[in-house]
Each structure stands twice: as structure tokens, then as C-alpha cells.
Design a protein around this ligand. Sequence first.
Ligand code: ADP
Length: 412
Amino acid sequence: MAAILGVSSAALYGFLYRSFSHQLNHQLRTLAQAAVPSLDTVKTEGRRSLDEDLPWRDLFLYKEQSLEWFDDDRNLLARQGSDFPDIPLSKSLPSTDPNPGLPEIQYRGQLRVMTIAVYADDLDGKTLQLEGYLRASQSTQRMNATLNHLRLGLGLGGVTALCLASISSLYLTRQAVKPMQQSFQRLTQFAADASHELRNPLTRISIATEIMMGHPDQLKPSDIKKLTTITHATEQMKRLIDDVLFLTRTDAAYVPMARKESADISLHEMLLNLAERFESQAQVKGINFQKRLLINLSVKGNANQLERLFSNLLENAIKYTRKGGRVTLSLNKYRQNAIVSIRDTGIGIPSEYLPFVFRRFWRVEQSKAQDGNGFGLGLAIAETIAKQHRGEILVNSQEGIGTCFQVKLPLT
Ligand code: ADP
């Protein structure tokens, strides 16, 4: 809007400046041409003739106009008016080559000066003879004052138009966005309600299977296999529903966690507990698990959520690292932030996929084939939790070499 207003104001100003300038030149040319017949008289009778013969006052359109008469040797013969340019006649004016159509325009301070060469028929009547010069001047003060007013008007008008446009566009945007916000809220509410409702039948299924599995003697071996598959699928669906529920709930009210809602959490303690849990998982898979945790670092937040964040990252690190590899969990301090790093020597993520890893339901093709359990929500949840704690997650990875996730959280 500012650019449009700026360009159109500049175009309007340019157009008016040109037309005022042309008008001024036209007035000067008319004045000089009106005085042409008098040059001969001034040359013979001197400036006295001006006072006697001609009603000069009527020729001047404004009081700031003036006229000067010069002979063919560029000597000043007479002058009429108030403001005169203190410069000699321009050297570039034609003296021998008659070209009466081209007046010479000069600028001197606030004065615009126009000089025309005057020619008369020679004695033979065939050639033109230079008779002298006429120089008309006019102050550009009046034009400049009008242009100043115009600039001020355009500036004030532009600012007012911008303010009005901003206010009205803010209002219109809010009006236009309202239905979208409402439908987005309805959608997230629906997803949250649907996920919540789905949990009940799943819980009933898992209770029923658990009861049946509690009496293996009454089951055929093939039924036990089927029930195990059902239990596994039910658990997977429950996890998926929990994840979707978490994300839709945070979408519906996406605000960083209020300070008073959160408690002081010792990261060292929390990570130590998690390390114990994941160390045994890593051992089972033949992975070397290491930890380097700085003590006395605490953050404000929700302990369950932060545990979920670090668990997701540790789970991935173990899941995507092969036997004989290494997973390192470290906690450090950098300025006023705690930095939790989870580094692995696993399969890594191809660099072209790195920008997508935090997207919902996004998985590297290779991972889909390797592990059917994931849904591609773990990192999305981790990022949401980090943001809710006013932190961020960074990822660094090289295919075939390993991956490092760094979680930055503000310290209390
Ligand atoms: P998933 O449940 O599939 O693990 P995530 O959101 O946790 O979902 O991860 C998304 C994808 O990012 C994974 O499918 C995997 O391809 C890739 N990924 C995440 N962590 C790692 C890691 N430590 N090493 C290699 N790839 C990873």
C-alpha cells in the first residue's frame, strides 16, 4: 500500500512539476516575444522610449517578472522589472546563425531566465540580420510555494490514507480469518473428541484380550498367536491415539506453558532415570550407551511432557542404531540454557530429508521398511513439547554416520 501510494504520489508530483515548469516557460516566452517590436525603438531612442511609449506594466503578468534589452554586441540597453539575474548573456546563444525558434533557458537561484535572439530583415530583404537579444526572467518562488504545498498535501494525504488502509485491512483480515479460525477450532476439537472416544473401545478390547490370555489352558495355540497380534495392534492404536490427542489438544490451545503452571525440574535427575531405562534396552540390542550429565541444572516445565520428549529421542536413537553402535546422552549448559544432546552412530538421516523430520506422520522410506511400529509422530510431539517450554530442537545428521538431536531449554 505504501509503495503504491508512494509511486502514485511521485508520478502526480512529477506530472504537476512538469506542467508548472512548461507554464512558466510559456509565460516567459510570451513576455519576451511581446517585447520584440520594442527592441528597435530601445536601440535608437534608449530606455526613455520605454517610459514614454509602452504600457509595460500591462505586459508583465506578475510583479516578479522582468525584461532586459541587449544589442547585437550583447551590451545591456535597458531593463524593466524588479528582479534581474546578475549574469552575462549566455555565450551559447546564436549570433550569426539565425534560429529564432530556440530560446535559451538558464537557472539562477530562484530565477528562471529565458533569452531569445531577435532578427530583422536585412536591407536586401533576403537574409536575416541579428538585431539584439531579449531576456525575460521570472522568480520561481510562486511555483515552488505551490509545489511545497503539493508535497505537504501528498505527504499528509498519503499518511492518512495509509493509516485508514491499515485500520480497515486489519478489520477486514480479522473478519475474513474468523470463519477459518472457527473451522480450525471445530476440526481440532473434533479430532480431540474422536481420539478420546476411540480410547474406550480399545481399552475394552485390551481388557478382554488380557482376560483371555490370563487363561492360556483354555486356548488353542493358534488362538494365542491371534490374541497376541490383537494385543500388539491394540497397544499400537492406543499409542497412536494418545499421540494424536496430544497434538490436537496442543493445536487447539497453542500457548507456551505459563510459568505458574510448571514446576522446577532437575534435568540431571530426570535424565539419570531415563538413562537407566534406556541403558537396558540398548544392552539388549548390543548398543553401547553412554551418559555425561552436568548436575544442578533445572528448568521450569511439565515433568511428564519433558520425559516424553527425551524418551522419544532416546527411543529413536536406539531404534535407528545397529548392533555395536553407540548412543550418548549428555547434559550441558550454554549461556542461560540447558542443552540436552542425544547422539547416535546409527543409520543417519539423508540431508535432503532433514527439513521434514519434524513434520507429522513423516518417516524416511527406509525407516518405514525397517520398523513398522513408528507413525512419524514422535519428533513432531518432541518439537511441540520443546516449544511449549520456550525451547527448541536442532537436528544434525549424516547418512550412515549418525544423528544428533539437541534440545535447548531455558534454565530457571
Ligand atoms: P517414528 O515413530 O517413525 O520414529 P519420528 O517422528 O520419531 O517417528 O521420526 C520420524 C523419522 O525420522 C523416522 O521415521 C526416521 O526415519 C527419522 N529419524 C528420527 N530419529 C532418527 C535417528 N536417531 N536416526 C535416524 N533416523 C531418525
